[in-house]
Design a binder for this molecule. Structure first.
Ligand code: DX5
Ligand code: ZN
Length: 227
């Protein structure tokens, strides 16, 4: 079953509680935290995540595009996030950090930028609840989907299969009705969508449509048939 995580980066930041309500029925709410160091953009931090967690029942999927996640990520769990994703490029001790996130009670997730290969991290996968493969360079919403990431999604799904893991595989960047089926076919099962959801006239309908496209593509996919 595919899960959709609408990114509030494309929402109205002055009306976040209403914007969460507008995607009622989505599995997660994707919160992009940017520090203007790891990426050239600045968004929001712990206090807003705390307020948002109180304002919505949808679990928060916090994507930390920040330096020193070893120091900051645990605070996002305390703020109420249900899932916390750190970038492996920024983490000093990814295994220790994933264990700390889990111990504090959230799902632990690790993200890879487009230029970062999955293979060196094969042995870390059992420590994670989700792996995020970026399908654009992180930093901004509304960028074009990078097709060249599809083989990495496929190879990651093969590794998940090989080790028999219950690991979710998330894609983020340029995911829309025109690209989501290719992601699902390659092996993704959690889909972040910012502009495709909040740019739509009816965001909740856009979520439902994306989910049904992904589910249909998954039903015929090489990786799902075996499960
Ligand atoms: C980009 C962010 C994404 C962004 C996706 O760095 O991590 O979550 O909101 O936006 P779209 O779906 O518009 O590409
Ligand atoms: Zn994101």
């Amino acid at each position: 079953m595919s899960q959709i995580s609408p990114s509030i980066l494309s929402a109205d930041f002055a009306r976040l509680a209403d914007e969460a309500e507008a995607v009622r029925g989505s599995d997660w709410l994707h919160v992009d935290v940017m520090d203007n160091h790891f990426v050239p953009n600045l968004t929001l931090g712990v206090p807003i995540v705390e307020s948002l967690a109180r304002a919505t029942d949808i679990p928060l999927d916090c994507h930390l595009m920040i330096e020193d996640p070893d120091r900051w990520a645990p605070q996002y769990v305390e703020a109420g996030a249900g899932s916390v994703t750190f970038h492996v490029e920024a983490a000093a001790a990814p295994v220790r950090l994933a264990r700390e996130i889990r111990a504090k009670g959230a799902r632990a997730s690790m993200a890879l930028k487009p230029g970062t290969p999955i293979e060196p991290y094969e042995d870390l996968l059992p420590e994670l609840d989700m792996l995020l493969i970026m399908t654009v360079e992180p930093g901004f919403g509304g960028q074009a989907f990078l097709d060249i990431m599809l083989p990495k999604i496929r190879r990651t799904r093969e590794l998940i299969d090989k080790h028999g893991l219950e690991l979710w595989l998330q894609v983020d960047g340029g995911v829309a009705a025109s690209t989501i089926e290719r992601c699902a076919e390659a092996g993704a099962d959690v889909f972040v969508a910012g502009s495709a959801v909040y740019g739509a006239e009816n965001p909740a309908e856009a979520v439902a449509k994306l989910r049904s496209l992904a589910d249909a593509a998954t039903a015929d996919a090489w990786w799902a048939c075996r499960h």
